[in-house]
Design a protein around this ligand. Structure first.
Ligand code: NAD
Ligand code: WQD
Length: 359
């Protein structure tokens, strides 16, 4: 028996496609929505191949209310949504801020409106990002959910901060709404089937796609941006999380929101009219990372060891706007969602390489 129908926006994208597989394998029905702005149509057939059954994709633009609302008219029995649909290129967002705010914010406003007005139950899981923390102060590392949010350095990052504000204000105003914001650290790797993975357009900006393209001979070498940071080997530190582990966290978040029938608001003694969203008992934030920081040089060496493939690299100047080091404290997600990222990094890097070899 199905555990319920879940709407996935941006379902054909990198994280969406992996989450689609995990949700179906956990017993949910999934309706995917995508406008294929940053994904390929054949991903849908590939997801079907992994699952061994046809899957449902409604082509629509979430930033267009008319187009998006038709999905809800066709599927009035949606009990939860995972909202991935957004533009995500940090550099591009600085050049085209209005495109980013229009797509990322309007899509979210439409989703909240449609979920509360047209779905069976208004449960939303939102794709947020560790970018909301900016460069955390050293005393906040590893970074927990209650660390201060710093001013974001790009319209993309700001769109995630704004989205969290919009969602938390909506939870306060609309009692039917329950939201889980998931702050992803650096998702990498591909499905073990090598049927789905990351599809960067043009020259990859992110580290792992650049690494795999270099290993495949598409690029002649990798530039390691900076070896003079205040870190043990001088290169930047990040928390690289396997995309399949990340996808599984969405299943746990949906289980939590859909499975909870009762809400337990935190006691309000002086009845303020506008409260902290967390006090409603319908607003959750979780960091999704491994809890382990890895430097660029460690990742590069780890890739060569895991795959046996040589990776030419050079030390290059620092990349403007890079954060020196950030990694997650994922204990809250472990405690409250029962989720932990546990795939060994060698296996993750091999999955990225196996996917690259199919491209
Ligand atoms: P992606 O670009 O691979 O997937 C996003 C999908 O959304 C694409 O298939 C795109 O075509 C679709 N889309 C965009 N705008 C749309 C619209 N208006 N209507 C319908 N579909 C639309 O990106 P991803 O890496 O899978 O990221 C998914 C989400 O996770 C995004 O919200 C992103 O900001 C967030 N996130 C990603 C990372 C990362 O490093 N990949 C890290 C933190 C957060
Ligand atoms: C990782 C490390 C680079 C490429 C971005 C977004 C962030 C979030 C995750 C969405 C850095 C170094 C990279 C290269 C290199 N996305 N690097 N050579 O910058 O942590 O975060 O993705 O929310 O918002 O900003 O990820 O993969 O670009 O870089 O040395 O060719 O690899 O300097 O230290 P980043 P990344």
């Amino acid at each position: 028996m199905s555990k319920g129908k879940i709407l996935l926006t941006g379902a054909a994208g990198y994280i969406g496609s992996h989450t689609w597989v995990e949700l179906c394998q956990a017993g949910y029905d999934v309706v995917g929505v995508d406008n294929f702005y940053n994904s390929e149509r054949d991903v849908i057939g590939r997801i079907g191949k992994i699952l061994g059954k046809p899957v449902t994709l409604e082509e629509a633009d979430c930033s267009d209310f008319g187009s998006f609302s038709k999905v809800f008219e066709k599927h009035p029995d949606i009990v939860g949504a995972v909202h991935f649909a957004a533009y995500k290129a940090v550099g591009e967002s600085i050049e085209k801020p209005l495109d980013y705010y229009k797509n990322n914010i309007t899509s979210l406003l439409n989703l909240i409106t449609l979920m509360k007005d047209k779905s069976l139950r208004a449960n939303i899981v939102f794709s947020s990002s560790c970018t909301v923390y900016g460069q955390p102060d050293k005393e906040h590392l590893p970074i927990a959910e209650d660390a201060p949010l710093k001013r974001s350095l790009s319209p993309y990052g700001k769109s995630k901060q704004m989205a969290e504000e919009i969602l938390s204000d909506s939870v306060i105003a609309y009692p039917e709404l329950k939201v889980c914001a998931l702050r992803y650290f650096n998702p990498i790797g591909a499905h073990p089937s090598a049927l789905i993975g990351e599809l960067p357009r043009g020259v990859p900006q992110n580290l792992v796609p650049f690494v795999t393209q270099t290993a495949a001979g598409i690029r002649d070498h990798l530039n390691v941006f900076g070896d003079d940071y205040n870190t043990p080997d001088g290169s930047c530190i990040r928390d690289y999380i396997y995309v399949v582990d990340l996808a599984k966290a969405h299943v746990k978040a949906i289980d939590k929101l859909v499975g909870e029938t009762e809400v337990h608001p935190v006691d309000q003694t002086d009845e303020p009219t506008y409260v902290d969203a967390a006090k409603t008992g319908r607003w959750y934030i979780y960091n999704l990372g491994t809890g382990r920081g890895l430097s660029v040089l460690e990742l590069v060496k780890g890739f060569m060891k895991a795959t046996g493939v040589n990776l030419p690299y050079q030390i290059a100047p620092r990349r403007q706007g890079d954060i020196e080091q950030v990694w997650a404290d994922p204990k809250k997600a472990e405690k409250e969602l029962g989720w932990k990222a546990d795939t060994p990094i060698e296996e993750v890097l091999r999955s990225a390489w196996n996917w690259q070899k199919t491209l």
